[in-house]
Design a binder for this molecule. Structure first.
Ligand SMILES: [Fe+2]
Length: 351
């Protein structure tokens, strides 16, 4: 009994803080996952406030990005720019990434093996072309604007190995979903072209916007997400990242679009919009420079010091990743090794 009281005393402030931050788990946080609170609109309130603050910060950051990019992002939920780097620079980057050796984290998602190298400021010292990309002015400004936080993102090299895992488990990335309840962005610079062979990115344009129909859907989903044990429909959603079925998608008026793109295309997407990793028809690989920018959606302000804020986030995230590693390695879903990504095999299978 005493240990239960102590645990609650320790956890209650954490749960309360999560409520006004990016916390999204209905399962692990009993305040976010409380049926009565959500019946009276807690989840919907969080969605509305987070979106209003996002639009406020975007408005303030407007001067840093040309209007055509802003319009595309606000209208569609993503920016797509082909031939992002000049050809010579892109080929030099491809060569560098093919040969780069670093700390690889390899996780299993369904039949896919996902390999990632976290490219923080230390790793970038050994990768001049990658560093040059990170310092690209347009990329820097687009990511700072789209995240609404004025902070450059976390950078990774990501290499998807499709149909690599012969003992598959459900792949949450292949179902259409919103990453979380608030707008936030991910970015990809495609090193390989994408197609049905290696699984193009799929997005429902416009689904990042709040509409009355979307809010009603959020409300219904939040009540479903509060269900416990057997009452909870298995596989219906991924905790805090609601999945949407075709019927609901149509009801809300959205249609999905497959973004099959050539190599050297930049895509920056608001992952509150519905999206997923498209099916890959063949055993294949898909490499990207992957960027992620997630921050407290309820902080109305953004950093006035983009570079130092980015460095601080990278330092904290590096420590957090090491902590997260332990659980995933113990459960068998992740392995870590130092070396190259499975790139040479990629050339053999894709070409
Ligand atoms: Fe996602």
């Amino acid at each position: 009994m005493l240990s239960r009281i102590l645990a609650l005393t320790w956890k209650a402030p954490k749960w309360s803080f999560e409520l006004v931050s990016w916390g999204k788990s209905f399962k692990n946080n009993p305040i976010i996952g409380n049926y009565v609170l959500n019946f009276f609109g807690l989840h919907v309130l969080r969605v509305v406030v987070a979106h209003a603050l996002f639009r406020f910060r975007l408005f303030l950051l407007s001067p840093i990005v040309p209007s055509e990019y802003r319009r595309e992002f606000i209208e569609n939920g993503y920016i797509l720019k082909k031939n992002f780097l000049d050809n010579k620079q892109f080929l030099q980057l491809v060569k560098e990434l093919d040969q780069f050796e670093g700390p690889v984290r390899e996780i299993i998602e369904g039949t896919t093996v996902t390999q990632r190298i976290f490219m923080d400021y230390e790793e970038r010292k050994r990768a001049p072309e990658f560093k040059r990309l990170v310092e690209n002015q347009l990329l820097n400004r687009l990511m700072r604007y789209c995240s609404s936080k004025n902070r450059p993102p976390l950078f990774y090299i990501e290499n998807l190995c499709n149909h690599e895992n012969v003992n598959p488990r459900p792949d949450p990335q292949r179902d259409l979903h919103a990453d979380t309840f608030h707008p936030c962005v991910k970015g990809w610079l495609y090193i390989d072209e994408t197609s049905d062979n290696n699984g193009a990115y799929v997005y429902a344009p416009g689904s990042h916007k709040l509409s009355w129909k979307r809010l009603k859907w959020e409300y219904r989903e939040s009540l479903e997400a509060c269900k416990k044990g057997n009452e909870r429909p298995s596989g219906r959603y991924w905790d805090g990242s609601f999945r949407v079925n075709d019927k609901d998608l149509k009801k809300m008026g959205y249609e999905v679009k497959k973004l099959s793109v050539p190599a050297n295309t930049l895509v920056i997407g608001n992952v509150y919009g519905f999206h997923c990793r498209g099916e890959a028809l063949q055993k294949s690989k898909r490499m990207t420079v992957w960027m992620q920018a997630r921050d407290n959606p309820f902080n109305p302000l953004f950093t006035p010091f983009p570079n130092s804020a980015a460095k601080a986030f990278e330092t904290v995230w590096k420590v957090a990743l090491k902590r997260l590693d332990k659980g995933k390695i113990n459960s068998g879903e992740q392995r870590n090794y130092y070396g190259r990504l499975a790139r040479s095999r990629c050339m053999e299978t894709v070409d």
